[in-house]
Write a protein of this length. Structure first.
Ligand SMILES: Nc1ncnc2c1ncn2[C@@H]1O[C@H](COP(=O)(O)OP(=O)(O)OP(=O)(O)O)[C@@H](O)[C@H]1O
Length: 240
């Protein structure tokens, strides 16, 4: 599996320029259909994208254009019907269930739209959850994340006792605590008002940059898309 980005340094992409940074993620000709009442319905018809280490990318497109589908395929949560997804030296599309589980545990962190927190664990244990699975817990880093994401007073609360914004920040902290090399975020600030969304996004981008990871975020927000190094727009199952 891929090595931890720890020590890669902040702003690697910006400092070196996109073309000089080694490719982390290469997506080529990815196809995916879902079964409808009248047969398979194509959603992705040959999607391509590239993301370099330390860089950020916004994935945009109309509702139903396949953004979440592509994010799930990249994160090994589902398998494409065709095409190639390379993450570092790993061809994600040929991994079996075990390999994809290992990829999700060790290399990729996903911030889901619905947070997916563990209801029976308090915020502190949720933040530690992914790193515990990966075997790279770092309590000082967890504490720093909690403080910088304004979660320190809430660490003993359970998800149902947290506001939507607090749950979202716990989900971000949980992902970053495990130091993934690639952070995938599905509308990470979609449930927040504009001001909070901007602040959380700033912090998330800063924290991702500090760990040297790359960030790919699905978004409907122009403001969010503008902040990323590159933007990929899906239309008709391909990159427009
Ligand atoms: N598991 C599934 N089974 C059947 N159809 C699916 C499945 N997942 C997604 N789809 C369909 O694939 C299409 C693309 O869905 P997807 O969620 O990727 O779009 P999106 O661009 O992320 O949309 P939104 O911006 O509304 O979240 C939609 O028509 C959706 O109904």
């Amino acid at each position: 599996m891929l090595r931890s980005p720890e020590g890669a340094g902040p702003g690697l992409g910006s400092r070196l320029g996109l073309t000089e940074v080694p490719a982390l993620l290469t997506v080529r000709g990815v196809e995916k259909s879902f079964m409808g009442p009248d047969g398979p319905v194509p959603v992705l018809r040959g999607a391509d994208l590239d993301l370099s280490r330390g860089c950020t990318l916004a994935l945009t497109g109309e509702s139903g254009s396949g953004k979440s589908t592509l994010l799930h395929l990249i994160g090994g949560l589902d398998r494409p019907d065709g095409g190639s997804i390379r993450l570092g030296d790993t061809e994600v599309t040929t991994l079996d269930d075990r390999g994809r589980a290992q990829l999700r545990r060790e290399s990729v962190g996903v911030v889901f739209q619905q947070f997916n927190l563990v209801p029976s664990l308090d915020a502190g244990a949720n933040i530690a959850f992914q790193a515990r699975l990966k075997g790279n817990r770092d309590p000082a880093w967890e504490q720093e994340l909690a403080e910088r994401l304004c979660l320190a007073p809430h660490l003993h609360k359970y998800p149902e006792e947290l506001s939507g914004g607090q749950q979202q920040r716990v989900a971000i902290a949980r992902t970053l605590a495990a130091r993934p090399i690639l952070v995938l975020a599905d509308e990470p600030t979609g449930n927040l008002d504009e001001a909070s969304s901007g602040a959380v996004l700033d912090l998330m981008m800063q924290l991702v940059a500090e760990t040297g990871a790359a960030l790919l975020t699905v978004t409907h927000s122009e403001q969010v898309a503008e902040r990323m190094d590159t933007r990929v727009h899906l239309r008709g199952g391909r990159v427009a």
